[in-house]
Design a binder for this molecule. Structure first.
Ligand code: DC
Length: 229
């Protein structure tokens, strides 16, 4: 079987990972896997089922049995996320999920299950996977690894715009605070904290356009793949 190509894109919230990954997936013909959406979908389910975050065995059971799938029929930019058959694409971006998801993602037993699910998704096709621990834990042998960053203020502005476009009534200060708190939790947790893999290309996107970021990554991947031919 031909070995699949894996591209890992990590970085903090609002660095532009998913927007960049979706465009690259479309242009390169790879599958896009949004691992943040997977943690969000599970968080949505935990809230819906009113589970206690300290009840690890129930949480593990839920993580194992919950089916999280993606529908890319309308292109990656319009990717739909399903949780046990329910379309949760919008629901997983709600302030309630935003508030809880870092806590859920910091539970080692949950991460173990999610990492296996994520690796399984990468076995059959060329993939672009984005998250926090893709280059370090989920796909440590990924051929291409990128770590996108941007200043906190820039990331808060981007998230604010995104949420407003989705119809949420949010303020800059609240969004900034939310991102800062998630950064702190994601980067200080014991298991798989947010950090660049040693072999990742670090890209500060604060003063770059979306096109510039996409072009930079695409150039590196295409050069690498041409060399491999
Ligand atoms: O990328 P995002 O904002 O949708 O991610 C939601 C949360 O999930 C965020 O707090 C970090 C966490 N996450 C993680 O711990 N590991 C991943 N691979 C992806 C996301």
């Amino acid at each position: 079987m031909k070995k699949t190509v894996q591209i890992a894109i990590d970085g903090p919230a609002g660095a532009g990972k998913s927007t960049v990954a979706k465009i690259l997936a479309q242009e390169l013909g790879y599958i896009y896997i949004d691992t943040g959406a997977m943690y969000r979908a599970l968080t949505y389910k935990i809230i819906k089922e009113k589970l206690d975050l300290t009840d690890i065995s129930l949480l593990k059971e839920l993580a194992e049995k919950t089916s999280i799938t993606f529908d890319n029929g309308q292109g990656f930019a319009n990717q739909l996320v399903y949780c046990d058959g329910e379309d949760v694409t919008q629901l997983i971006r709600s302030p309630g999920v935003n508030k809880l998801v870092s806590k859920v993602a910091s539970i080692p037993e949950i991460r173990e299950i999610m990492v296996l699910k994520q690796r399984n998704l990468s076995l059959t096709a060329n993939v672009i996977m984005d998250g926090r621990d893709i280059g370090t834990v989920v796909l440590p042998d990924a051929k291409y690894k990128f770590f996108l960053t941007a200043s906190l203020q820039e990331r808060a502005n981007r998230r604010l715009k995104e949420l407003k476009e989705k119809g949420y009534n949010v303020q800059y200060a609240g969004v900034l605070d939310d991102i800062a708190q998630r950064d702190l939790m994601d980067s200080t947790r014991d298991v798989a904290p947010l950090k660049p893999a040693r072999d990742a290309v670090i890209i500060d996107t604060s003063n770059m356009s979306l096109n510039e970021v996409v072009s930079k990554i695409k150039k590196i991947v295409l050069e690498g793949e041409n060399r491999a031919l």
